[in-house]
Ligand binder design. Structure first.
Ligand code: NDP
Ligand code: 8X3
Length: 255
């Protein structure tokens, strides 16, 4: 059987890196993207046993995405799975104090970047009558928390966009999946707190969070079920996490 091809955004760290390793272990062809070229080079060297193609790009830059897709060597051009993983949270301040610049970066990356990749890759999948779009949403797209404001809203977009994609593609064999993880340890919190590693470490203190390999296993699983089965969404939390109760602010309460 011809090896399948997966395009992974945000392959330079965390979930994306782990997914590259997982799919490489199954012999897939890999198109690996992210902004940090040196990380892509390191990953490609590590995965030398499978065909890999790397392209340093920022998902907010539509021209770079178009150029990357146009320059894919023939062996990599027929993308079977698009893993829209690149994304980030920035800050955790309340809505009246949060950085507007941070908000715009999250919107441009988590929404606009994801939409651009999807729109540009989909026509080829439809023409070939095969393909799978896998998006990285989050539990933050369903459950609100203080300071989650725009980050959670971008992931709510990803949830609804995934469902609407499925509606548009219902007359094709294409599949769409939204993976919605909870607490997971990666570079995510270091990025969120602008490099403050002690604040990032505190997020995971006393917990056993999800690991990137856990997410990679799930991403691989949703591609491995029979073609007539579409795993629409996977909500996954570490065992130590749950949804909180509704919070009620009482007038005699401090804070
Ligand atoms: P990491 O910070 O470890 O990895 C994020 C990846 O996204 C990096 O490879 C980074 O690459 C890439 N990226 C960020 N911005 C851009 C950009 N503008 N252009 C291209 N690539 C970009 O985080 P995770 O692996 O944890 O997160 C992956 C996805 O999972 C994200 O969408 C995140 O929102 C989501 N998620 C994470 C959870 C968690 O708790 N960790 C839980 C739920 C969802 P580079 O910097 O090289 O560009
Ligand atoms: C990341 C999970 O709960 O930090 O999407 O928002 S959370």
């Amino acid at each position: 059987m011809t090896p399948q091809t997966i395009l992974i955004t945000g392959a330079t760290a965390g979930f994306g890196w782990a997914c590259a390793e997982r799919f490489a272990s199954e012999g897939w062809r890999l198109v690996l993207t992210g902004r940090r070229q040196e990380r892509l080079d390191k990953l490609a060297a590590q995965l030398a046993s499978v065909p890999t193609y790397t392209a340093a790009l920022d998902v907010r830059d539509t021209g770079s995405i178009e150029a990357m897709l146009a320059s894919l060597p023939a062996d990599f051009a027929n993308i079977d799975v698009l893993l829209n993983n690149a994304g980030l949270a920035l800050g955790m301040a309340g809505a009246s104090e949060a950085s507007l610049e941070d908000w715009n970066i999250m919107i441009d990356t988590n929404i606009r970047g994801l939409c651009t990749l999807t729109r540009l890759v989909l026509p080829g999948m439809v023409a070939r009558n095969r393909g799978h779009i896998i998006n990285l949403g989050s539990i933050a797209g369903t459950y609100p928390y203080p300071g989650g404001n725009v980050y959670g809203a971008t992931k709510a977009f990803v949830k609804q966009f995934s469902r609407n994609l499925q509606a548009d593609l219902v007359n094709t064999p294409l599949r769409v999946t939204n993976i919605e993880p909870g607490l997971a340890e990666s570079e995510f919190s270091i990025v969120r707190f602008h490099g403050d590693s002690s604040r990032a470490d505190a997020v995971y203190q006393g917990t056993e969070p999800l690991r990137p390999v856990d997410i990679a296993e799930i991403v691989h699983w949703v591609t491995s079920v029979p073609p007539h089965v579409n795993i629409c969404a996977v909500e996954v939390m570490p065992t130590c996490q749950s949804c909180g109760p509704f919070f009620i602010h009482r007038q005699n309460q401090k804070g």
